[in-house]
Design a protein around this ligand. Structure first.
Ligand code: AMP
Length: 220
């Protein structure tokens, strides 16, 4: 199980699970959202363009997004976890084509299914470390935003797009453009639904079970 996709709405836990799977399987994760936020912070040409979309909770145009991730996927084609890509049917088709060029394909698409009430609640309490990128729950795992990161001591911040207004726009983009990918991967027999409403450790345990099952199916 070396080429995995994480699917799910904003704040469904893709980033957290991507990090856990990366540590367990030893394959690198590409978070397209984090990649774009780094470009914005570095004020690159891509970052300036991407910023226009992120601030409005909209997806970047497919050609721009593809250009931004193609090189990363090419370098890591031996094994990777994609967190936040593909997010449209056009991107999924382009990813298939890219992999087919090396006679490769996606092993599994893991769908983190989370109810909208839980998403909203999570987003409004989500803080992230600027150094190690670990995600914490405000008022629970960390007392306040001034608390040093429990993992590395770095400083915590909130994402600019984690507001109730932007969440609604991001959810609308998800329903219209990303949700159709569930049918796309289901039809190919490599969609695995995970109950994302649980604690991150329980979600990860379910992912481990699913990966184990998918691997035995591949080898039978
Ligand atoms: P995320 O951190 O995954 O929630 O992504 C944050 C934002 O980055 C999204 O709301 C989009 O504006 C942009 N983005 C991330 N991945 C993609 C993608 N595959 N296609 C288009 N836009 C993306």
């Amino acid at each position: 199980m070396k080429r995995l996709i994480l699917l799910g709405p904003p704040a469904s836990g893709k980033g957290t699970q991507g990090n856990l799977i990366e540590a367990a399987l030893g394959v690198p994760t590409c978070s397209t959202g984090a990649l774009l936020r780094d470009e914005i912070a570095a004020d690159t040409v891509l970052g300036r363009e991407a910023g226009k979309y992120l601030s409005k909770g909209q997806l970047l145009p497919d050609d721009l997004m593809l250009a931004a991730v193609r090189g990363w996927i090419e370098r890591r084609r031996g094994g990777f976890i994609l967190d936040g890509f593909p997010r449209t049917l056009v991107q999924a088709g382009a990813l298939d084509e890219l992999l087919a060029g090396w006679s490769l394909e996606i092993d599994a698409a893991l769908y983190l299914d989370v109810s909208e009430e839980v998403l909203e609640e999570r987003i409004l309490h989500r803080v992230q470390c600027t150094e190690c990128r670990a995600i914490f729950r405000l008022g629970d795992e960390v007392a306040d935003i001034e608390t040093p990161c429990p993992s590395c001591g770095g400083s915590l911040h909130r994402r600019k797009d984690d507001t109730p207004e932007t969440l609604q726009l991001r959810l609308e983009e998800y329903r219209q453009k990303t949700a159709p990918l569930l049918g796309f991967y289901r039809d190919r027999g490599n969609l695995f639904r995970i109950n994302g409403d649980q604690s991150s450790q329980s979600v990860f345990k379910e992912i481990e079970r699913v990966i184990g099952k998918a691997e035995s199916k591949q080898h039978s």
